[in-house]
Design a protein around this ligand. Structure first.
Ligand code: A2P
Length: 331
């Protein structure tokens, strides 16, 4: 079990490193990789100093497993090489998610479909994970027929530099200075804007289509009716989602509560008296995805409304990947 973290210096990579310590992850050797820029950076993990190395093709020669968080074009290039060297890859990017031969895994939902011979295991998109972990248990007791979801997404999904840009804009606002807009090309602080991914042929953006296609794959239902609107809000690291689910049968709200209460990785926060529901500052740093505003829709008896918030860097990325690694090493 020689493990490599590829993209160790990024927003997700750093969280993976923290989780390796926190969860006492097992490995025989651990190696950290990033771009040339980060060579020589050091991390202390379980009291041992690890130096970051440059990612090169031959590093996979000595690795059994690698967790990638370097974006899809680099993933496409290096994962094939890693596999040629016999290294199994857990990939955070979208590069292989829709490949029919690659399992798309949220361990609480479908770890059982991982096979020993799988060479790539894909981590779903962060918004997809946060949505699916909450709706999967509901689907089991009352099948979901239609999903309408709107996201309120944090800077972290666009990486460390995007988080830095938001922080720097906060400082610039206080100092009455010009904003650095290199990542998003606009003022981010005090603003909300349609997700920065490209608009596709059908006028949905790529992030929205990731949610749509990946949810269908995870739920194993190509005919599922699902539509998404993805928006960035000036929050550092946790996403929110407003979700409207139309179910097959009339809603028994007590049963919905019961099933969400039992769901692994999900926590109900639905304090109507004090008006406290899931919000980014409450869920940041937490493993569970929080759900609240659980209510029957005014539209019809089969529609359920929810509001979800989950740490994009943890369950939306690093934690999910580490859970997959834990599962693989127990197989
Ligand atoms: P680096 O920090 O050296 O740029 P984020 O999504 O937070 O921006 O993180 C991206 C991660 O991918 C970082 O660890 C980054 O390393 C790494 N990365 C970016 N470009 C390359 C590259 N050409 N080769 C290897 N790693 C890269």
């Amino acid at each position: 079990m020689n493990l490599g973290i590829v993209g160790a210096t990024g927003a997700v990579g750093v969280e993976i490193i923290k989780l390796i310590q926190k969860r006492n992850i097992k490995y025989d050797s651990l190696s950290l990789f990033a771009s040339k820029r980060s060579v020589g950076k050091k991390f202390i993990i379980n009291s041992i100093e690890y130096v970051v190395h440059e990612l090169k093709e031959d590093v996979f020669n000595s690795l059994d497993y690698a967790i990638f968080s370097i974006g899809s074009s680099l993933s496409k290039k290096y994962i094939e090489i890693a596999n040629l060297y016999g290294c199994v890859v857990i990939d955070n990017s979208s590069a292989f998610r829709m490949d029919p031969d690659v399992p798309l895994i949220i361990p609480e939902i479908n770890a059982n479909i991982i096979k020993k011979c799988d060479k790539i295991i894909a981590n779903p998109n962060c918004s997809t994970i946060i949505l699916n972990i909450v709706i999967a248990p509901i689907h089991k007791i009352n099948p979901i027929k239609k999903i309408v979801v709107s996201t309120y997404q944090a800077a972290s999904g666009a990486g460390l530099r995007a988080m830095e840009e938001l922080k720097s804009q906060a400082e610039s606002y206080c100092n009455n200075e010009e904003y650095d807009t290199r990542i998003f090309g606009r003022q981010y602080i005090w603003n909300a804007f349609s997700h920065n991914s490209s608009i596709t042929e059908n006028w949905y953006n790529e992030e929205e289509m990731k949610m749509v296609n990946e949810t269908k794959k995870i739920m194993k239902d190509d005919n599922l009716k699902i539509s998404a609107t993805c928006v960035r809000i000036p929050v550092l690291r946790a996403h929110c989602e407003s979700v409207s689910l139309t179910l097959e049968n009339n809603i028994d709200i007590e049963k919905i509560y019961e099933v969400l209460k039992e769901a692994v990785g999900v926590k109900i926060l639905d304090d109507r008296k004090n008006n406290i529901f899931p919000e980014p500052l409450i869920v940041s740093g937490k493993n569970d995805v929080y759900v609240g505003r659980i209510r029957k829709s005014l539209i019809n008896k089969r529609t359920l409304e929810l509001f979800i918030s989950g740490d994009q860097l943890l369950k939306g990325a690093a934690l999910n990947a580490i859970q997959i690694y834990e599962y693989l090493t127990y197989l």
